[in-house]
Design a protein. Structure first.
Length: 254
């Protein structure tokens, strides 16, 4: 797993990936509908997500390899900002790639509202220019304490924390966050809450599979699917659940 500072800051408990070649064949070869979309994976806009682990990314090279969107780590808790964020955020836009920022949540460190405010002031902004994706909240297994996978929070307190983050982000940017998570973590740590599905886009992580699998409670479809942690693009590999035109509309908030 990549580390982007002294302690790990982009950690996910992932489904064990198949060999990269097998995963690629599955993605390119499946003609069945993925969760919530009638299109095959091969027809969907391709993207990726990066952190400081990728350092100064070759953005024209990523665009040439098919990248049409990217999420870039901006912050973690209220004490860390990706030192490569400006190069990554500005460079991807100049290369013609739609981009957004994401925040890695540490719910045991401070309130959701406080972390959202820190995120916004350090890159987690949004504008309806068609190039800026809504900010994303990365909420997943605790990378610093495996015994406390849910950061010591009860299901109800975790739901309250996510709502606090979302409300502050909406207040400051006008958009609800995209929620990045895994179904297993969501079920364990929110108790399978369906409180966010109606007004939050889902970014589901499921690796080594031909589809995105069972989604967290309430969501009938995914917006982004992170299907592998390595591939042709820098960082993790993702798909957008829609056309290129729909990706632009989503960025604009339409």
């Amino acid at each position: 797993m990549a580390r982007d500072r002294i302690t790990p800051s982009r950690h996910r408990v992932r489904v064990r990936a198949l060999a990269a070649s097998a995963a690629a064949l599955a993605l390119m070869g499946t003609a069945t509908a993925l969760a919530g979309t009638p299109a095959s994976a091969a027809s969907l806009p391709k993207g990726h997500d990066v952190s400081s682990h990728q350092k100064n990314v070759d953005w024209p090279g990523a665009r040439a390899k098919g990248a049409r969107f990217v999420y870039i780590k901006a912050t973690e808790s209220t004490t860390y900002r990706n030192p490569y964020f400006d190069q990554q955020y500005d460079g991807s836009r100049k290369a013609g790639i739609r981009r957004g920022a994401y925040h890695f949540a540490l719910p045991d460190k401070s309130s959701g509202a406080r972390q959202a405010a820190y995120f916004v002031s350090h890159g987690g902004t949004w504008t309806a220019d068609g190039w800026t994706l809504p900010p994303a909240l990365d909420v997943e297994y605790n990378p610093y304490d495996k015994k406390h996978k849910c950061y010591g929070l009860s299901n109800s307190r975790m739901v309250d924390w996510i709502r606090s983050f979302s409300d502050e982000l909406k207040r400051e940017t006008g958009r609800r966050p995209v929620i990045y998570t895994t179904t297993n973590w969501w079920n364990l740590c929110t108790g399978g809450s369906s409180a966010f599905a109606a007004d939050h886009a889902l970014w589901i992580a499921r690796h080594g599979s031909a589809d995105a699998g069972t989604l967290p409670a309430g969501w009938s479809s995914w917006t982004f699917w992170q299907y592998d942690n390595s591939g042709s693009l820098p960082g993790d590999q993702n798909l957008f659940n829609g056309s290129a035109g729909r990706l632009k509309s989503f960025a604009m908030g339409l």
